[in-house]
Write a protein of this length. Structure first.
Length: 162
């Protein structure tokens, strides 16, 4: 199985939105609409403007099967967001999550980031374990930078010191 990683381009906009919204609705039971995720209609402007962030796609046969983004929130701090992987491509067989995270951590290090923060839902146990296995430590909400980009589901927070 040949999974490739690629920076986001608008060519994949519809596939990207559909993947993220379908996982949020069907697997995470979030009551989310396309309108509430207007950031996904302007990924290049929100996440990639002025080289302040990154939005990476995992592709299989030119289909979006995974996403991850990172957004700079200060000179040395960033937020990890939009980590979504199609259920058929999760786990160690494909290693999609690790590949996406590694690419994102490389971006953060190249841009001299010192701290990466993320928020997730309380019930997302597999995500919690994944982040902990990769060196993230749970932190209190009050530790987060004041301009951290919260999502409605965020109730548990993690930090990685680079």
């Amino acid at each position: 199985m040949n999974i490739t990683l690629s920076p986001y381009t608008n060519e994949y906009q519809e596939q990207t939105i559909n993947l993220i919204i379908s996982i949020q609705k069907e697997e995470l039971n979030m009551k989310v609409t396309h309108d509430e995720r207007d950031d996904l209609s302007q990924i290049e402007e929100v996440y990639m403007k002025d080289d302040k962030g990154s939005f990476i796609l995992a592709l299989y046969n030119n289909n979006v099967i995974g996403t991850i983004s990172i957004l700079t929130i200060s000179n040395s701090k960033c937020a990890l967001q939009n980590m979504y992987i199609h259920k058929d491509f999760r786990g160690t067989i494909y290693n999609t999550a690790n590949k996406l995270l590694k690419e994102t951590l490389n971006f953060a290090q190249e841009h001299k980031m010192k701290e990466i923060y993320l928020g997730t839902g309380l019930d997302f146990y597999a995500a919690h374990k994944f982040y902990e296995r990769n060196g993230f430590m749970e932190v209190a909400k009050k530790i987060l930078p004041s301009n951290f980009p919260f999502m409605s589901v965020d109730e548990k927070f993690f930090e990685l010191i680079l």
